[in-house]
Design a protein around this ligand. Structure first.
Ligand code: TYM
Length: 333
């Protein structure tokens, strides 16, 4: 069985970008692969954050993932496996400074803090993609189900793996590949030229667990067409609504509506109605499951701590092998 791995940051809500871009694939692939899914709390502290809220956000996103269908036996909390951070340190020494400086997500996020009036940027934010490489390589993952925005981080991970292998003279790490859904790039409904995400503000993402009225309102006010789309082509806004419709399980409808849009016969109100219906159906199902999960919250927290402890033994094995290969001192030899 192949191994897959992916993590998500505990930055509060799960949105349809996360879900349709990545998490839907996690759930779908659970029967076919050995799976490691995680809550990346070490990543979440790279940006200014509220220390009093982090723990709560970790459990919140974990419960949201369980409600989406991730199995508790596959889900760990990153900081409960400190070997990720230690491997991250070692891999720092096999990561090209030049390549890390070219990471666009670092540039975006550091500019974002500056635009909020705070020009403080942590070294952790810069180093974040190397920790991500450690997350992946510590379980020898072959496939990484992520959204398109993680492509550059995956490329860095492959380069780190190659450099390590070359330096120790052994093909120890495998080079992982990204695994995309059919909709790996969901855009903001309010500005379809940008990616759906929390960082731009509440108009720019749709929470999977939002109330029905809220989802409908956000889709109703979604940008469709600024009137500058050439005939026969689809605007970014329409493309995004069609992607949301498709990902919500309405593929045939999405194909038909895309054809109408190209022919100039699509009524945007109909597209919005269909898309909102699709999203609400997905959300209803998850909200029901979430309610059941919350009733069982404490037991599930214990289960996730237990899963993390079990997965940790795998991480410990890899870390020891890496340290041996890297020529570091072994406590037993
Ligand atoms: P994060 O928490 O920003 O996002 C979690 C997952 O959701 C995907 N995603 C999207 N996909 C499509 N359209 C969007 N608008 C959209 N927004 C988010 C992301 O690509 C991601 O798959 N660095 C990672 C977390 C991480 C990780 C890892 C991922 C840490 N270690 C190891 C894979 C492997 C991140 O911040 O994702």
């Amino acid at each position: 069985m192949k191994t897959i791995l992916s993590l998500i940051q505990p930055t509060g809500d799960l949105h349809f970008g996360n879900y349709f871009g990545a998490v839907q694939n996690w759930v779908r692939l659970q029967g076919e692969y050995t799976c490691y899914f995680g809550v990346a709390d070490y990543h979440a502290i790279t940006m200014p954050y509220d220390t009093g809220k982090l723990r709560e956000n970790v459990w919140e996103i974990a419960f949201n993932l369980l409600a989406a269908g991730v199995r508790p036996g596959n889900l760990f909390i990153q900081s409960l496996i400190p070997e990720h951070a230690e491997l991250g340190w070692i891999l720092n020494c096999f990561a090209s400074y030049g390549q890390v400086t070219r990471m666009t997500q670092f540039k975006d996020k550091s500019q974002q803090t500056a635009s909020l009036g705070d020009d403080y940027v942590s070294v952790g934010l810069f180093d974040y993609p190397v920790l991500q490489a450690a997350d992946i390589l510590i379980y020898h993952a072959e496939l990484v189900p992520v959204g398109k925005d993680q492509e550059q981080h995956l490329e860095l991970t492959r380069n780190i793996a190659t450099r390590f292998n070359q330096q120790v003279g052994k093909a120890y790490f495998r080079a992982p590949e990204a695994l995309y859904t059919a909709t790996p790039k969901i855009a903001s409904p309010a500005d379809p030229t940008r990616k759906m995400g929390k960082s731009l503000g509440p108009k720019h993402y749709i929470n999977v667990f939002a109330e029905e009225a809220q989802i409908r309102k956000q889709i109703r006010s979604a940008v469709t067409d600024a009137g500058d789309t050439p005939a026969g082509e689809l605007s970014p806004g329409v493309t995004n609504l069609l992607a949301l419709l498709d990902a919500s399980g309405e593929g045939a409808k999405a194909v038909a509506m895309a054809q109408d849009a190209r022919n100039g016969t699509l009524r945007y109100a109909d597209l919005k109605q269909a898309t909102a219906d699709g999203l609400v159906a997905v959300s209803d199902h998850m909200r029901e499951r979430k309610a059941a999960i919350l009733m069982d919250g404490d037991a599930l927290k214990d289960e996730l701590r237990e899963t993390s402890a079990q997965i940790r033994t795998r991480a410990q094995e890899t870390l020891q092998e890496v340290k041996d290969l890297a020529g570091l001192i072994n406590p037993r030899l």
